[in-house]
Design a protein around this ligand. Structure first.
Ligand code: FES
Length: 281
């Protein structure tokens, strides 16, 4: 059993859950995810790691209560336990293979949409700890939905908060801010990393294609086993079938067939909602 050390309400229906999981925390790398089972009757929920502390042995997850199992997760409180907590799963972010010297030569732009802002955090933290300054755009529907702003402010990054309704920060979607930074502020990047709803990642990729900007996205399709056995998480990358749980979850965004991925999500959306998978993508 895995004990919940902390639970914080970050925004309406969005919760940070800090879980005591020393072995997962010790092995975790930016870009990886875990599969969580709240109790013996709950479904498996894949969640990208939002933060971890190797010394103390905890892992943070950000949960949007949208179906029975995510609601069960969100209903847990400090001191409660989770039945299962499997991970870290998936391949760490590509940049973790670069040396500190190589990283310092690179200019990164991170884009997080909605609760996708949370898994961007450990990536920016990783780079910040190595003296690599990044630009970070996080976008939300409105001011109420903004999360992780203070966390990013502690890192070595320039942070741009966007809201769709203009109630806070930059007035407009993240794609508009990308264009603004490149066209009006003269920014140049080697890599863009986008994490959030599938539709947002698709439009980020369409935007960055215009600038020939290499873009990595973190796909979060339906997952069952998380070990490459069931095929539930299959996606098409450059015309080839890949399993997001073992080949990803991060892929070259310009090679992802987003329309097919979204079609597969719609196909399972009703089942997913009824089974309690997290529907944030
Ligand atoms: Fe089963 Fe990826 S979740 S193959």
């Amino acid at each position: 059993m895995f004990k919940i050390l902390e639970k914080i309400n970050l925004a309406p229906n969005v919760f940070l859950v800090r879980v005591e999981a020393p072995r997962v925390a010790k092995a975790a790398q930016p870009g990886q995810f875990v599969i969580v089972i709240a109790d013996e009757r709950a479904e498996r929920v894949p969640l990208t790691i939002a933060n971890f502390d190797r010394e103390v042995g905890w892992v943070d997850l950000v949960v949007q209560a949208s179906g029975p199992s995510t609601k069960k997760l969100a209903a847990k409180n400090k001191g409660d336990e989770l039945k299962d907590f499997v991970g870290p799963l998936g391949v760490p972010s590509d940049f973790t293979e670069l040396s500190d010297e190589e990283l310092k030569e690179k200019k990164f732009l991170f884009v997080g949409g909605g609760i996708g802002a949370a898994p961007v955090y450990p990536q920016v933290r990783y780079l910040s700890e190595r003296g690599v300054h990044c630009d970070v755009i996080i976008g939300f529907k409105n001011k109420e939905a903004v999360i992780y702003e203070e966390n990013f402010k502690e890192l070595d990054c320039d942070l741009y908060v966007c809201t769709d309704d203009g109630s806070y920060g930059f007035d407009g979607m993240v794609t508009k801010k990308i264009e603004d930074l490149i066209e009006n502020e003269g920014k140049e990047y080697d890599t863009c990393v986008a994490i959030g709803p599938m539709i947002m990642m698709k439009f980020v990729c369409l935007t960055t294609e215009k600038y020939d900007l290499h873009t990595i996205v973190s796909l979060n399709p339906i997952m069952v086993d998380g070990t490459g056995m069931c095929g539930a998480c299959r996606v098409s990358i450059d015309g080839e079938t890949k399993f997001a749980c073992v080949h990803g979850p991060e892929f070259d965004g310009h090679k992802v067939d987003f329309d097919l991925a979204m079609k597969r999500q719609r196909q399972y959306m009703n089942v997913e909602k009824s089974k309690g998978q997290q529907v944030w993508r």
